[in-house]
Design a protein. Structure first.
Length: 215
């Protein structure tokens, strides 16, 4: 919103105070509340990530909006009007933390179908980056996927050390010229021992980001 973008926040229940100007919408208009689920086992137990994968595919298919995870920090006001918005997170994998495929309804329809069938039983990221990558390659959208630096200049492998380590002289967050947003990999930070509700370590890049863009 600080860069002039409009934000719609989907929720099944009241979420309390949200920043002024955020358009809170009923998530049940996209996927019925009774279909909500959380991971039931493993290190990611309790997370709603797999459901969020299903939800974003259905939301984009129905509304044409761009989905953005809540641990993505926008850096630029001007985003081109692309028919497919998705970026590589590394040399191979296409991530879905930032996604819109208004020009690719067959891909989204297939993603909804598979994510619905898999539900909570799939491994971590199975209906997210793994599924999206497979569909992008299988359905011929690879050339439309944006370079890694567009949304994922920070690798998930380095996220914990890069964001939580001390950088006393850091003054602001910057990315490559072509970077539009930065994914902060919240789940990676959580597994490294940092809870989202906890204060960021002093003199860390994460603290700098929260101070600049609001926590």
């Amino acid at each position: 919103m600080q860069h002039g973008h409009s934000i719609a926040l989907y929720a099944f229940e009241p979420v309390g105070a949200v920043p002024h100007g955020v358009d809170v919408r009923d998530a049940a208009t996209i996927v019925p509340r009774e279909r909500f689920f959380r991971a039931g086992h493993g290190p990611h137990k309790g997370t709603a990530a797999a459901f969020a994968n299903l939800f974003r595919y259905a939301m984009i298919l129905k509304t044409g909006l761009i989905w953005v995870d809540t641990d993505v920090v926008c850096l630029k006001p001007d985003w081109p009007d692309w028919p497919l918005v998705a970026g590589f997170q590394d040399e191979v994998m296409v991530n879905n933390a930032v996604l819109c495929g208004s020009a690719a309804p067959p891909l989204l329809e297939r993603a909804v179908e598979i994510a619905t069938q898999v539900g909570a039983i799939g491994p971590w990221a199975y209906t997210g980056p793994h599924l999206l990558t497979a569909l992008v390659h299988d359905m011929g959208y690879t050339r439309n996927v944006l370079p890694q630096d567009t949304f994922y200049p920070l690798s998930y492998r380095l996220a914990a050390s890069a964001l939580l380590s001390r950088y006393p002289n850091a003054e602001r967050i910057e990315g490559p010229e072509q970077t539009l947003a930065v994914h902060l990999w919240n789940e990676t930070l959580r597994l490294a021992g940092h809870e989202r509700s906890a204060p960021a370590p002093d003199h860390s890049l994460l603290k700098l980001i929260l101070a600049e863009f609001g926590d």
